[in-house]
Ligand binder design. Structure first.
Ligand code: FAD
Ligand code: SIN
Length: 518
């Protein structure tokens, strides 16, 4: 058993920011960060466009950022949360700069980018590798804190809650307590309870549930599935944001993103015949919010039967492009696309989960002493559709709020002594690991085919039936076989897919990223 004051699950922007703040404030506290892969691996690392923050109150205003967020969220944002996040953004941004994150400047001022749904230029960025710059800098801070114990290749399987101690249901007349999580070290193949007074879920997104996604392979919705098994309240899981412009290259996982900032820079969308089409869908054209642009592309592809549309950068100043988007340009060079002559083939891809673990304005979940932050959390900021570059911002603001709230609680918490070890009755190795791979592929295909940008009752029912079979087969494997990361991830992804399908069946009104035909 390993005992901590703070257990943080996940090493993206949300988990790392929270850890740095706690470590600075409470140098005596014992803090653990567990992360299932290499510590750098996260959605954060791949963020391109940047962070939306009102930094220049002459050309921009808080009210305009609030309005843009509300408009993108299509009536389902929590207004008080939107005001909080937009209002606290500049302070949190300054902290990032103080920790050493380098944001691009032009003539001594921050160089602000533009993205879909924003009425003003307000995207702070580091070239087109903003996430990598943030991830590296935050980890450098973490490495310098002696009271942070960083466990990479450590996989959280399940939360430890009161029901592990007391199987009777009658204790739940109040909020049950969380005591940490069961952690699987993939280095020595041991599962041990990491007990903790405060636990933070910062496990990120779910993109890998779909066949085409911009999310790296770690994005398997583990935190959402763990929370669901612990009966924690979830919200808005049906709102999956598809990014309009992932590079069309059918065999790569994840799909390479062509940042929305490229459209903000002037790139245009054309169909295979070379025609512009966005003017038919929204008067903001290429800079409409993502849900609108993705549906427009989906519609164009359905009408034409083509496999992709094209992003046209041929009219842009390539030297300036190179300066702002060196990573994208390098990728284009690698695959033989000359931006002066060729257009970039693009398709929409699963990108972001707008819903998640329901939390209050301090990041507290429906279980005591358990917080959630970042993409796995539902704060109410995004409503039915996230405004571009509001995700890194939300993670920063809520990491601070979780920190402020949890440091007040930690001293009063006493952990029980009878926390049981992991009950591992499974003895055999999976007979054929390939069965896990087959089921994973089937899951990803069925989610892309039946639960994509445009859903229907009929398709959702089909998905439901197939999911049931996959669920039963996988549960059978889980009960009989020795645990492996692949098996846990598959099981978690099936849970997330089930939740998306169930919530999609229940939802009767089309809003933002959710669209269902009858
Ligand atoms: P992540 O950064 O995904 O971190 C999750 C961590 O949890 C990882 O370390 C993972 O390994 C770990 N983990 C997961 N499950 C387990 C488990 N079971 N046990 C242990 N560890 C676990 N947003 C913006 O605002 N601006 C952008 O420009 C932008 N660009 C993007 C570009 C791309 C290609 C992608 C994919 C996303 C982009 N986003 C952007 C979204 C944004 O990057 C993410 O929403 C945000 O980084 C999520 O941060 P996080 O800390 O919540 O999760
Ligand atoms: C992008 O750069 O297009 C991604 C921005 C985001 O997801 O907010």
């Amino acid at each position: 058993m390993s005992e901590f004051d703070f257990l943080i699950i996940g090493s993206g922007i949300a988990g790392l920011t929270y850890a740095i703040k706690v470590a600075n404030e409470l140098p005596e506290a014992k803090i653990a960060i567990v992360t299932k892969a290499d510590e750098k691996e996260s959605n954060t690392k791949y963020a391109q466009g940047g962070i939306a923050v009102v930094i220049d109150e002459i050309s921009d205003s808080y009210q305009q950022h609030v309005n843009d967020t509300l408009k993108a969220g299509d009536g389902l944002c929590k207004k008080d949360i939107v005001k909080i996040v937009v209002g606290e953004g500049p302070k949190r941004f300054k902290e990032l700069v103080e920790w050493g994150v380098n944001f691009d400047k032009k003539n001594g001022k921050y160089d602000l980018g533009l993205e879909g749904g924003h009425s003003k230029k307000r995207i702070l960025h580091h070239k087109d590798i903003t996430g990598l710059e943030i991830e590296k800098t935050l980890l450098n801070q973490i490495y310098q804190k002696p009271n942070i114990h960083l466990f990479s290749q450590h996989f959280a399987i399940d939360l430890i809650t009161e029901h592990h101690l007391n199987k009777k249901n009658d204790i739940y007349s109040r909020k049950p307590l969380c005591y940490g999580a069961y952690i699987f070290s993939t280095i020595d193949e041991k599962i041990i309870p990491f007990t903790s007074k405060i636990t933070l879920l910062a496990t990120g997104g779910i993109g890998q549930v779909y066949q085409n996604t911009t999310n790296p392979t770690i994005a398997t919705g583990d935190g959402i599935a763990m929370a669901y098994r612990a009966k924690i309240i979830l919200n808005s899981i049906e709102f999956i944001q598809f990014h309009p412009t992932a590079l069309y290259h059918s065999t790569t996982n994840p799909s390479f993103l062509i940042s929305e900032a490229v459209r903000g820079f002037g790139a245009l969308l054309r169909n295979k015949s070379g025609e512009l089409f966005m003017q038919q869908y929204d008067n903001r054209k290429e800079l409409a919010s993502r849900d609108i642009v993705s549906r427009a592309i989906d519609n164009e592809l359905k009408k034409s039967g083509d496999e992709c549309v094209f992003l046209d950068c041929r009219h842009l100043n390539i030297d300036e492009f190179k300066n702002h988007f060196p990573n994208i340009l390098q990728k284009m060079n690698e695959i033989g696309i000359n931006l002066k002559q060729d257009m970039i083939p693009v398709v929409p891809a699963a990108h972001y989960l707008c819903g998640g673990i329901s939390v209050n304005e301090f990041g507290q979940s429906s279980i005591e002493n358990l917080y959630a932050c970042g993409e796995c959390a539902y704060t109410g900021l995004h409503g039915a559709n996230r405004l571009a570059s509001n995700s890194l911002l939300e993670a920063l603001v809520f990491a601070d709020r979780c920190f402020q709230n949890s440091i007040k609680l930690v001293e009063s918490i006493i952990l029980p002594e009878n926390i049981p070890g992991w009950n591992d009755e499974r003895t055999t190795q999976p007979k054929e690991l390939i069965l896990i791979t087959h089921n994973l592929k089937e899951l990803q295909n069925l989610m892309s085919d039946y639960v994509g940008i445009i859903r229907s009752e009929e398709r959702l029912e089909k998905a439901n039936k197939r999911l049931k079979m996959l669920y039963e087969e996988t549960e059978e494997m889980y009960k009989k076989n020795k645990i492996s990361p692949q098996l846990i991830e598959l099981r978690n992804m099936i849970t997330v897919a089930y939740l998306i399908v169930q919530q999609s069946l229940k939802r009767t009104e089309n809003k933002g990223a959710f669209y269902k035909t009858s």
